[in-house]
Design a protein around this ligand. Structure first.
Ligand code: PGA
Length: 258
C-alpha cells in the first residue's frame, strides 16, 4: 500500500493576514523534517490565501487550500469566489462539503456535488468532507448518511480527476467538541467508504484514495488514529492553529511505517 499521509489544517475563520503569514511560516519550519513523508496542507481564509501562498515554498508535499468556492466560472454572483480564481492565485486545492457549510449555510448534497465537479474541472485538489451528526449516529444511521453523501459525489468524478479527490470523514459530533471518534469508530467508517469506492470506481481507485479523519485530532490522539489501516491522515481544525502542536500531528503521521 503506497498511500502517503495527508495532514491538512483547516484554519476556519481565524487569523488576519499577518497572523496567517506567521502561522504558515511556523508550520513550514516546524514540519521540515517530515516533508518527504507527509503531505501538509494549510487552508486560511480567502483574504490570507495570497500571503500564505507567498510564504509556503513550492513543493509537492506542501499545499495551500481555500475553504470554499462557487461552482460558476464567473458572473453576477456578488460575494462569491470561483474555483478558477482560486486556482489563478496558485492555490492547490479547496475544502468542500464541510459540516459547517452543510449545517450553517444549508449546502445540500447536490450543490456540493456541483462544487466538487467545478473545482476538479478547474484543476484543483478537493478535500470532500462527509460525516454524520450525533443524532444520526445514535439512531444507527451513520452509514446511511455517510453513504448517501459519498454516493452524491463520487460517481460523478471522472477517472482522470480521481487522484485529486481526498475524502475527509468528519463525524459532526467530534468537530470542535474535544470528543474524538475512537480509532475503531473512525476505522469502521473509513473502511465502509473505501469498500463503497471499490463499487463506485474500482479496486485500484479505492486503494489509492486518501481518506482523512477529522474531528478533534490533536497531538495526543493522532498516533492511534494514524495507526488504523484506512486512515490516511487528518483534517485538523483547532489544533492546526498552533504550529508546534500541528507539527506533532505531522510527526505522528511521519512515524507510521506503511
Ligand atoms: P476540529 O475541526 O479539529 O477543531 O475538531 C476539524 C474540522 O472541522 O475540519
Amino acid at each position: 500500500m503506497s498511500r502517503k499521509f495527508h495532514v491538512y489544517g483547516n484554519w476556519k475563520m481565524h487569523n488576519n493576514v499577518a497572523a496567517s503569514r506567521a502561522l504558515a511560516q511556523a508550520v513550514v519550519d516546524a514540519t521540515a523534517a517530515a516533508r518527504d513523508r507527509v503531505v501538509t496542507g494549510m487552508a486560511p481564509v480567502f483574504l490570507s490565501l495570497a500571503a500564505v501562498r507567498d510564504t509556503v515554498p513550492a513543493h509537492p508535499h506542501l499545499k495551500v487550500l481555500a475553504q470554499n468556492g462557487y461552482p460558476a466560472p464567473k458572473g453576477a454572483f456578488t460575494g462569491e469566489v470561483s474555483f478558477a480564481l482560486i486556482q489563478d492565485l496558485g492555490c492547490d486545492g479547496v475544502i468542500l462539503g464541510h459540516s459547517e457549510r452543510r449545517q450553517i449555510f444549508g449546502e445540500t448534497d447536490a450543490f456540493i456535488a456541483q462544487k466538487v465537479q467545478a473545482a476538479l474541472a478547474a484543476g484543483l485538489e478537493v478535500v470532500f468532507c462527509v460525516g454524520e451528526t450525533l443524532e444520526e449516529r445514535e439512531a444507527g444511521r451513520t452509514w446511511e448518511v455517510v453513504g448517501r453523501q459519498i454516493d452524491a459525489v463520487l460517481p460523478g468524478v471522472a477517472p482522470a480527476a480521481r487522484a485529486r479527490l481526498i475524502v475527509a470523514y468528519e463525524p459532526v459530533w467530534a468537530i470542535g467538541t474535544g470528543r474524538t471518534a475512537t480509532p475503531a469508530q473512525a476505522q469502521e467508517v473509513h473502511k465502509l467508504i473505501r469498500d463503497r469506492v471499490v463499487e463506485l470506481w474500482d479496486a485500484a481507485g479505492a486503494a489509492e484514495l486518501i481518506i482523512q479523519y477529522g474531528g478533534s485530532v490533536k497531538a495526543e490522539n493522532a498516533a492511534e488514529l494514524f495507526a488504523c489501516p484506512d486512515i490516511d491522515g487528518g483534517l485538523v481544525g483547532g489544533a492546526a492553529l498552533d504550529a508546534a502542536g500541528f507539527a506533532k500531528i505531522i510527526a505522528a503521521a511521519a512515524a507510521v511505517l506503511r
